[in-house]
Design a protein around this ligand. Structure first.
Ligand code: SAT
Ligand code: MN
Length: 590
């Protein structure tokens, strides 16, 4: 029985397919009201005012943080839950050993029971959204249904949400269906289910980030990676940054690092004073959709419209752009507060916390003031380094792809793949120490191919084959690199200063793309010699530089043996070309 009254709006008339689906969800979830999101600023203001009124949001200091609010999530709902995230394909093999799998019939049945009547006394929000510039043929659309107004205001920042997206859906007919309810926020009744064959997502029991903002990881990575394979492109966990050299030439680079490994900082990099004349432009900080262009190059769009970034550590020295960006019109989640109601987090050099992220009086004995995975949500337009080409319908051409992880040892500062095929092996071999972005132990090294371990919506074996196919079709493929900003010395100290200084490594890559600089051949690929890097004004000793660029054959033989064992899980889905590349590397190491 239908219980909801429509808020009068012409939106339900735009797409029959969307309205039919909304009606069937209404029957199942029994909301008190339905609200279709137009996507206007007035609507965002009204929702925010409503949440401030109900106490779900706290207004922050108007003088120093105008238009900013604080949201506190449930203390047991602060990160992605990979162990409760499933890919539900008819065949388990298609989901692959890299995913938790459930039969789609069983998953739908379970979710139906969770969703049944779950929105009684709540409003059902319909959020039509477009991932990517609204007029780009590379963009794809979806609709999220949710009972969380917090999700609505996040989605309005993170995507192009509202009427224009629904009009596009009405024209195209195809959209990803995402159904979300916070349920009771009970970790025992929490699931994030993906049905790539149906282009749909069902998420229950969490209100946090990647579990609940379904346009982000669920759609733009897990479902989109599946869509991308069938359509001949790549959906990747990559930032996109434009680097303009002192001569005025701009190269775009896309970099894949696991969550909370500095993608946002690299995307907003500020050139060090010792490298004058460089400018850096952000296209995206988390996700890249890469399409082969008619010119044989790879073209990238950022499907997102905002940033959902890690707050702790942000300060004027680490990322001045981000620090400035989040001082107005920003939604903070799970940070602490100062006595005068300013947000506070670890790594901020000013102010002092009096309230922690759970709203309790701050007591260092109880842990940090801000949760290590506390986040800011802010429009990309607030970014001082936002690229003038970020909204280009055709995207930006990519000169280099970069993979990386957080490794104390083994991986050198940077190396270059011999060619695309070898580059796919390099990407597949990424491993990284875990961070607070996902529930679980922090700091253990795990394999994270292409930084997509939590996000690839199908069997990694098929995914690597798809990567090989895409590269084979490119007349002018980007060069492929691996970086490690996190290498340490025997005392555990970082060898590389990171942040703005990373530009020196990126500039070597660009010079390589232009054939302007040398490299030395190593077993694992090509490395810069110390003299190939621009080290003017760099405060790193020669010994540290040598250590950063060293390849220890003993450690690497062990690394490659572990990787070979890992690949074994993929059995006959493993592309033979990848094994061939592995053999080549092994032979060179012996
Ligand atoms: O998945 S989230 O969007 O919550 C953040 C991340 O892990 O990158
Ligand atoms: Mn991410």
């Amino acid at each position: 029985m239908a219980t909801a009254a429509y808020t009068m709006s012409p939106l339900p008339q735009l797409s029959r397919a969307v309205t039919d689906w909304v009606n069937s969800v209404r029957e199942l979830t029994q909301p008190r009201a339905i609200r279709w999101c137009e996507g206007t600023e007035a609507e965002a203001r009204e929702l925010t005012a409503q949440l401030l009124g109900s106490g779900e949001l706290t207004a922050l200091n108007e003088q120093y943080f105008p238009g900013c609010q604080l949201y506190r999530s449930a203390p047991n709902d602060v990160a992605r839950v990979e162990h409760l995230t499933y890919i539900c394909t008819r065949s388990q093999e298609d989901a692959g050993p890299n995913n938790h799998w459930m039969d789609p019939r069983e998953a739908h049945a379970r979710m139906r029971e969770l969703f049944r009547g779950c929105m009684r006394e709540r409003t059902l929000y319909v959020i039509p959204y477009c991932m990517g510039p609204i007029d780009s043929p590379l963009s794809r659309c979806g609709v999220e249904i949710t009972d969380s107004p917090y999700v609505v205001i996040n989605m309005m920042i993170m995507t192009r949400a509202g009427r224009a997206a629904l009009e596009r859906i009405a024209r195209e007919g195809r959209f990803v269906r995402g159904l979300h309810s916070t349920g009771e926020l009970d970790p025992e009744r929490r699931f994030i289910m993906h049905f790539p064959e149906e282009l749909s997502i069902e998420s229950f029991g969490s209100g946090y980030g990647g579990n609940a903002l379904l346009g982000k990881k669920c759609h733009a990575l897990r479902i989109a990676s599946w869509q991308a394979r069938s359509e001949g492109w790549l959906a990747e966990h990559m930032l996109i940054v434009g680097l303009q050299n002192p001569k005025g030439e701009t190269h775009y680079v896309a970099c894949a690092f696991p969550s909370a490994c500095g993608k946002t900082n690299l995307a907003m990099l500020i050139p060090p004073a010792s490298l004058p004349g460089w400018r850096v432009f952000t296209v995206g900080d988390d996700i890249a959709w890469l399409h082969p262009g008619a010119d044989g190059r790879l073209w990238a769009i950022n499907p997102e419209a905002g940033y959902f970034g890690v707050v702790p550590g942000t300060n004027p020295e680490t990322n001045r752009n981000a620090y400035e960006m989040i001082r107005r019109d920003t939604l903070f989640t799970n940070v602490g507060l100062t006595a005068d109601n300013q947000p506070w987090w670890e790594g901020l050099k000013t102010g002092a916390p009096v309230v922690d992220w759970q709203g309790r009086p701050y007591d260092p004995a109880r842990g940090p003031a801000a949760h290590p995975n506390s986040r800011f949500t802010v429009s990309a337009k607030r970014n001082p380094s936002y690229s003038p080409h970020a909204e280009d319908a055709r995207g930006v051409p990519i000169s280099a792809l970069v993979f990386g992880g957080r490794r104390r040892e083994v991986a050198p500062l940077v190396y270059e793949a011999r060619d695309w095929q070898h580059g796919v092996l390099v990407g597949a071999s990424v491993a990284s120490e875990t961070t607070a972005a996902a529930v679980g132990q922090v700091g253990v090294t795990r394999r994270d191919p292409m930084a997509m371990q939590p996000f690839c919506g199908y069997n990694f074996g098929d995914y690597w084959q798809h990567w090989l196919n895409v590269g084979a079709g490119l007349a002018r493929p980007p060069r492929i690199y691996h970086v490690n900003w996190f290498r340490r010395d025997a005392q555990g100290r970082f060898l590389w200063p990171g942040f703005g200084e990373n530009l020196r490594v990126l500039s070597w890559m660009i010079d390589r793309c232009n054939g302007k600089v040398g490299a030395s051949e190593a077993a694992i690929g090509r490395l810069p010699r110390v003299e190939d890097l621009d080290t003017r004004g760099l405060d790193v000793t020669q010994e540290a530089l040598a250590a950063l660029l060293a390849v220890d054959p003993t450690l690497w033989r062990k690394e490659v043996a572990e990787f070979r064992e890992y690949l074994g899980k993929y059995g006959n889905r493993l592309p033979p070309a990848l094994l061939q590349e592995l053999q080549t590397t092994e032979a060179r190491l012996h």
